[in-house]
Structure formats: C-alpha cells, structure tokens
Ligand binder design. Structure first.
Ligand SMILES: Cc1cc2nc3c(=O)[nH]c(=O)nc-3n(C[C@H](O)[C@H](O)[C@H](O)COP(=O)(O)OP(=O)(O)OC[C@H]3O[C@@H](n4cnc5c(N)ncnc54)[C@H](O)[C@@H]3O)c2cc1C
Length: 478
C-alpha cells in the first residue's frame, strides 16, 4: 500500500526545512539494521527538531491512521527501528532532537533530548565531574531515546542497573499526539502509577520519547581493569561471588569470554592481541572503580587482594592487570569486538539470554548439548555480562557447512536454546528487546495473563495501532 501524495506533502510541511528526506539513496542508511537482517521501505523519513513538531506529526498520523516507526541511532539488533516492506509506514528519526536542556549539579541530574548520542551524554556528564553509567559498544551512535525504548543494559548494569534505573523522568508524545510532560527530577514520588516505566522498554510501541531526566553519579576517577583466565564457568561465578564480598562494592563490570572468542577477535580484528602467553579455556574481564581518591581507597590493593585470594582458591589460573588507560582500553577492545569478529568466521546464530547467575554453568552445559545434537560441529561462542546473568549465546557455523543452510536453522535453534533458558526460569531476551525478531518467542513463552495485559495496555494507548505496529506484539486482525 502506498500513502497518498497529499499526506506526504502535509507531513513535510509540518516537519519543516531540513526536516525530511525522501530520496531513496539518502534514506537507505535508515532502512537497514546493523546485522543486515532487516531491510524496510518508507516513502518518507521525517526529522523533527522540536517536541512540538513530533507531536504535530503524530497527531496528523493519528487522525489519518498512518503508521509511524520511531528511530534513534538505528543500532538495535531486533528489527524494531526498521519499517516493514509494506511502504505505508513513516519513519520518524529523532536525530535532530539532540539538545541538552538542563544540567543540575546539586540534584545530580541532566535533562536531555531523545536524539542525544550516548557518548555525548557521557562526555557532558564528565564535564560536570559526574558519570552517566550506561555504557555499551554502540555508544558512539546509539541515542538516549533508543536506549530508553530498549531499556538498554551494557557493561555497568552490575553496579548501576540498566536504563530503567538511570532515569527519573520522561517527556513522551503519545499515539494521539498529546505530550506527556513527565520530566521530573524527583527521587521520591509516590503519586500513583509510575507512568514512565510503561514507555521504557516499549520499543516505540506506546509513544515517542522526546526527552528524559537522567540520574548521574560521582565520577569514578580510580579504576582497575583485569583480564584473568579461569578454569571453568563455575570458577567465573565463584570469582564473581568472591569479588563482590571483598571488593567493598567497587566491582562495576564482570564479563566472561571463551577461548574461541579470543581466537576469533585476535585473528580478525586488527590491533588486538592475546594478553597472555598461554591459552586457557575461559576468561573474565573485571573492573573495579571508585570515586574515592587513592589515599582513601587503594583500588590497586583491592584488585590484588581479589586476584590473589582467587588464585589461592584455584579460581584464577593466570591474569594481567592494566597499568594505564591504554592497556585497559586494549583489554576492553577484546570484549567489544567479540560480535564483530564472529562475522569473519561464517554465519552466527544469536541468543541474548539471561538466567540466574548461579545457573550459568549448568545452562552452558545443557545448551551446549542441545546445540551439538541439533547441529554437529556448530561452535558456541558464549560471552558477555556474566555479572548480570546475561550471556550473548552466539553459535558460529560448523566450518564445513554452507552459511545459508546454517542460518536457515536460526528460528529452530533459538527455540531449542530458549527452551533450556525456560528450564532455568530465565529470559529469552535479556537486553536487546523483542522488535520484530522475537514476537513468536513472546507469544510462546509469555503467559496468557501477561500477553493480555500487554495487549490491553497497547489498545488503550494506541487503539488504531499506529505506533510501530508489529513490534513486540504481532499485528492481530480486528
Ligand atoms: C555493536 C553493538 C553492541 C551493542 N551492545 C549492547 C549492549 O551491551 N547492551 C544493550 O542493551 N544493547 C546493545 N546493543 C543494542 C543497541 O545498541 C541498543 O538496543 C540501543 O539501546 C539502541 O539504541 P538506538 O538509539 O540505536 O535505537 P534504535 O535502534 O534506533 O531503536 C531501537 C528501538 O527503540 C525505538 N525507539 C528509538 N528511539 C525512540 C524514541 N525516541 N521513542 C520511542 N521509541 C524509540 C525504535 O522504534 C526501536 O524499536 C548493541 C548494538 C550494537 C550494534
């Protein structure tokens, strides 16, 4: 279906000069997601530069039942920011809505518009000698509106929580074009339902987030990064428990990496190298940080104490501690390039799962057996946020298998691995969301009560289903 020309012209007029794109070549980068799994079409991309323009656009679309797809940095991995191929959805990019509206040193908050890039927000917080703790490999291009809409996680969740914990207030354009002015900076406010939480993680299906008041923390000037070899995933879990107990709450990141992952990164990603001379089966990248000065808290000693205690208990076999920021960056590059490196090793089927931290070793064994039974020779590369019980359980293809044949098994393998996740009371989508990719898994694993509540919420706020239709909840014929 195509949209009537007069609608497109009206929408261009509302969005104003420099506020729209309709040339196919210019639109192309907005219409494909990072893994190239989703490619969509649209007759028009709108780039409003004020909340009032967003509201006017949405009101117009609501009155003409024109579906809209909100987009931030387009780094989402589940197809939620990409229109379908139907050609009747308008894409609204928030990238020009990118001002920092307010900085409040005493309240330790910053109010930013949805199109602010995450790394710009981190830098602005640092200018206040503060930390905005959300950190992920896509931080140079993802935007805070997208981070909120996916309830992004990243590497510091262990200490600071995910996006849901980092926001105090929101401004949202509702599906009828109304603006909800909820930009509160309050830490205590028990006046009924916490409405902002409805929009966090809603992936643009309940409204368009236009601004947020974010929580800041004292900047952790002291930091220790270590990369250690552990004999087993169980040892990694034991190391986490030990580190939590003796680090005085300073552990801020704890990531697990398998040998196969290190081999792929060092083979394919220029400038990376194995920091140890000997090969080990599993590694942990852990970081302690603190805003206390070294004379008050010597983090070097804290890290040394963690590692020597762990070595005495045979939880750690070998390790390096970064001596400076450059060495710390090099260790982090190994972790951050883990997904990218797999692209050079053939097809890779992804899972973004979480289970209770204590269940991770058993999950890895059970899931490994399931994968080997279904696709002999497939190569699991499970890595990620062990400190949050969240693994990117990626499976690289067998070396002798055709890539397309392997990728054709994606949904069936997902279901088998997610069944194992279910056995451990885990989640089939820990931090990347549902998008268009996991709607079948949603209806399969969520209970009828949960699905009914979500559908009723969606129907109440968006009765004509114009906000990112088909994302999170599959379209139903009425
Ligand atoms: C290399 C790489 C590493 C990553 N690492 C992590 C990680 O560690 N942790 C993690 O959680 N994610 C990770 N991601 C996924 C992705 O970066 C996050 O989901 C991010 O929060 C998406 O932000 P974005 O601005 O790119 O959103 P987009 O991709 O543009 O959109 C994501 C969803 O939010 C909706 N949306 C966007 N903006 C708005 C808005 N203003 N209002 C309403 N809805 C909106 C879209 O419609 C879509 O459904 C990674 C991605 C890549 C490519």
């Amino acid at each position: 279906m195509s949209l009537a020309r007069h609608h497109l012209e009206e929408l261009k007029a509302i969005s104003g000069q420099n506020g729209w794109i309709d040339r196919p070549d210019d639109m192309q980068p907005f219409l494909i997601e990072p893994r190239e799994k989703y490619q969509g079409t649209t007759p028009l991309i709108l780039l409003p530069d004020s909340v009032n323009k967003v509201a006017e656009i949405v009101a117009y679309c609501a009155s003409h039942k024109i579906p809209v797809v909100p987009q931030g940095g387009n780094t989402g991995l589940v197809g939620g920011s990409i229109p379908t191929t139907g050609g009747d959805e308008i894409l609204i990019s928030l990238k020009r809505l990118n001002r920092i509206r307010d900085r409040d040193d005493h309240n330790q908050t910053m109010t930013v518009e949805a199109g602010c890039i995450l790394s710009d927000i981190q830098a602005a917080a640092q200018d206040m000698d503060c930390l905005f703790p959300l950190s992920l490999a896509a931080e140079g291009s993802c935007m805070i509106g997208g981070n909120l809409s996916t309830n992004a996680g990243g590497v510091n969740v262990l200490h600071y929580g995910n996006m849901r914990s980092l926001v105090l207030g929101l401004e949202v354009v509702l599906p009828n074009g109304d603006i909800w002015h909820g930009l509160s900076g309050l830490r205590k406010d028990n006046t009924g339902y916490d409405l902002k939480q409805i929009f966090i993680g809603a992936e643009g299906t309940l409204g368009i987030i236009t601004a947020a008041t974010l929580r800041l923390y004292p900047y952790p000037h002291e930091k220790q990064t270590a990369f250690v070899a552990v004999p087993t995933p169980q040892a990694a879990v034991d190391l986490l428990t030990l580190a939590r107990k003796i680090s005085g709450g300073t552990i801020t990141a704890f990531e697990i990496i398998p040998r196969r992952g290190i081999e792929m990164v060092t083979r394919h990603m220029p400038g990376t190298r194995d920091p140890m001379t000997q090969a080990y089966d599993w590694y942990v990248l852990l970081e302690c940080s603190s805003s206390l000065n070294r004379d008050l808290l010597d983090l070097e000693k804290v890290m040394e104490r963690i590692l020597t205690t762990a070595m005495d208990g045979e939880l750690v076999l070998d390790g390096v501690i970064a001596k400076n920021q450059a060495e710390s960056d090099n260790l982090w590059h190994l972790r951050e390039n883990m997904s990218e490196a797999q692209k050079f090793d053939g097809g890779s089927i992804k899972h973004d799962i979480s289970v209770p931290i204590s269940a991770i070793p058993d999950f890895l064994t059970r899931a490994g057996n399931v994968v080997a039974d279904m696709i002999p020779g497939a190569r699991p590369v499970p890595f990620g946020h062990l400190g949050d019980g969240n693994l990117h359980y990626n499976i690289s293809q067998p070396l002798d298998m055709d890539k397309q044949e392997f990728l054709g098994k994606w949904p069936a393998l997902n279901r088998k691995v997610h069944d194992v996740v279910q056995e451990f009371d885990g989640s089939f989508s820990a931090e990347h969301g549902i998008g268009r990719m996991k709607t079948d898994e949603m209806s399969h694993y969520k209970t009828k009560v949960e699905m009914d509540m979500m559908r009723r919420l969606k129907d109440m706020l968006d009765p004509d289903n114009i906000m990112n239709p088909g994302v999170i909840l599959k379209k139903v014929q009425k």
